[in-house]
Design a protein around this ligand. Structure first.
Ligand code: SF4
Ligand code: SF4
Length: 279
């Protein structure tokens, strides 16, 4: 079963819940697909067992063959290749690797080279696999790294996916073809508005989901009314406690220090997967 953890924005406690679920699951693999800001690895004392480079292709132009006909620029939907009066300019970061410019170039002036877009780090934690991706500075899209993370872990029995916050292409990519999504939300007016965007996305791509309210009992009732009105499952509520922030801030797993938090995490596992998966 593949389970994605999502939130409408950063700072909801999504990563905290992901790493604590991983800690309390008997057998599971965790991937951190928040490749612009991966931080799950900060909670584990482990050594990297493998590093994988993720590359992307970009066009290079042989100007001795190019006639500056402009067909490549006309074809490219992403403005990644722009023929000017004197040369063809390529914006590597904008290229989506469709290879179409090469196909339309009648002079055979276009070939492709590889560029590093990010890395994947593969760890072992208590005999369980944990991987995270890290986008290179200056790269604009982490989708390729997320796709690689998903490909590497496609045969895992229980896969937890710590998704990027929001509803960007990266978030959609991390949640595609999962069996269930857990949305982490806060009981504030902004929290409700962010939650609504995630709910729309999940319904658009037909992913069943439920909601965990984090920092519960501190805000308004609005989120509860919304869940009832939209017939959305409330999986669990976790209270706000400053001590949780202190524990997490020191890089420790809250479920190792708080019986209350551990019970909440185990309840989530029971409700989403079943008793037999609690470690
Ligand atoms: S399509 Fe080929 S020949 Fe035409 S401008 Fe582009 S690279 Fe040059
Ligand atoms: S490979 Fe596709 S996206 Fe990249 S420059 Fe060529 S046409 Fe544009």
């Amino acid at each position: 079963m593949k389970i994605a953890l999502l939130s409408g924005k950063g700072g909801t406690g999504k990563t905290n819940i992901s790493v604590n679920l991983f800690e309390n699951l008997k057998n599971a693999t965790l991937i951190d697909t928040d490749v612009e800001e991966p931080n799950s690895h900060l909670y584990f004392d482990t050594k990297i067992s493998k590093t994988i480079d993720v590359t992307k292709k970009y066009p290079i132009i042989d100007m001795s063959k190019c006639t500056l006909c402009g067909k490549c620029g006309d074809f490219c939907n992403f403005n990644a290749i722009i023929p000017t009066k004197k040369k063809v300019i390529v914006f590597k970061d904008l290229c989506h690797e469709c290879l179409g410019c090469k196909i339309v170039c009648e002079e055979n002036a276009i070939s492709f080279d590889d560029k590093l877009t990010g890395k994947i780090f593969n760890h072992t934690v208590d005999n369980k696999q944990f991987l995270y991706g890290d986008l290179e500075v200056g790269e604009v899209s982490g989708v390729k790294i997320i796709e690689k993370l998903r490909e590497i872990t496609k045969d895992e029995n229980i896969l937890l996916i710590d998704s990027p916050p929001g509803t960007s292409c990266s978030a959609v990519s991390s949640v595609s073809e999962v069996d269930y999504a857990i949305v982490i939300a806060e009981p504030t007016p902004f929290g409700v508005s962010d939650l609504k965007m995630v709910v729309t996305m999940l319904r658009d791509i037909n992913i069943p989901f439920g909601v965990v309210i984090n920092k519960a009992f501190t805000g308004s009732k609005e989120i509860y009314d919304y869940l009832v009105c939209e017939n959305i499952e409330l999986i669990e509520e976790i209270k706000f406690d400053k001590e949780f922030a202190n524990i997490s801030g020191s890089g420790e797993l809250i479920s190792k220090k708080s019986v209350y938090f551990k019970e909440k995490i185990q309840n989530i596992i029971r409700k989403v997967l079943g008793d037999e998966y609690v470690s």
